[in-house]
Design a protein around this ligand. Structure first.
Ligand code: ZN
Length: 245
């Protein structure tokens, strides 16, 4: 790659501004913590942040056109994300922009539109259970530097059945203390774009401070980055004369 990877981070940024215990974990917001560790990655260039409050400007078409990979964390107010922004995000992914969707972003509009199914569907429980992630595809770029398995000490429990279309690649699977299992690291391609979903990251636990989770997100940014930042998908085709006589 002859350029640095431009990353934009959308974080709803409501929990951190309304709940003291969550603000204590993420004083600069979840987006601030993610920006903080990505800034130390020499492969990453410009990092921009957007919140629910400013996303119409902060995820403008100009910003999206200059973004290689968009990271998305949302929870309470998916429905308040502007449909015009969602349409622009979906269009950019189809044309090559990478998308990394975190935790409750499974119910976000861009993820649902791109995957085309009821990704909202899953079991959940806020019990602070231990989670054990297993690397299924050890040779996958997103799994590099990780061992076979590691634990997140406490997180929200998610459980199958998860209403996603069958992933193109199943990179991680998780076991939860209460007995559930969950497809916690999945990839898809839509158009020219690569999509990665990572389950860990409930706002009341310091999951994005954990080094294994930071490594997965850093790896995912590199994996999802398109070779060309702003390629427009070739929509050739249609009624075509024969090339051969
Ligand atoms: Zn959650």
């Amino acid at each position: 790659m002859d350029r640095k990877i431009n990353v934009s981070i959308y974080n709803e940024f409501l929990h951190e501004t309304t709940v003291d215990a969550i603000r204590a974990i993420y004083p600069q917001g979840i987006h601030g913590t993610i920006k903080g560790f990505l800034e130390k990655d020499g492969a990453v260039g410009t990092i921009r942040c957007a919140t629910l409050q400013d996303h119409r400007e902060a995820l403008s078409q100009a910003v999206l056109d200059d973004t290689d990979v968009l990271i998305w964390w949302g929870h309470m107010k998916h429905n308040e994300v502007d449909d015009n922004v969602v349409a622009a995000v979906v269009n950019r992914v189809i044309n090559g922009m990478g998308l990394v969707v975190l935790h409750s972003g499974h119910a976000s509009k861009p993820f649902q539109r791109l995957l085309g199914t009821d990704t909202y569907n899953l079991r959940w429980r806020e019990a602070g259970e231990k989670v054990r992630l297993w690397t299924i595809l050890k040779n996958h770029p997103i799994a590099q530097g990780l061992g076979e398995t590691f634990t997140v000490p406490h997180d929200e429990t998610y459980g199958e059945p998860f209403g996603i279309p069958q992933p193109d690649e199943q990179v991680f699977i998780s076991w939860f203390q209460g007995g559930e299992v969950f497809r916690s690291g999945c990839t898809w391609r839509r158009g020219e774009g690569k999509i990665f979903y990572l389950q860990p990251g409930h706002e009341t636990f310091p999951v994005y401070h954990q080094k294994e989770i930071q490594l997965i997100i850093s790896n995912a940014v590199k994996w999802a980055c398109p070779l060309q930042r702003n390629c427009v998908r070739d929509r050739g085709g249609g009624n075509t004369p024969a090339l051969e006589p």
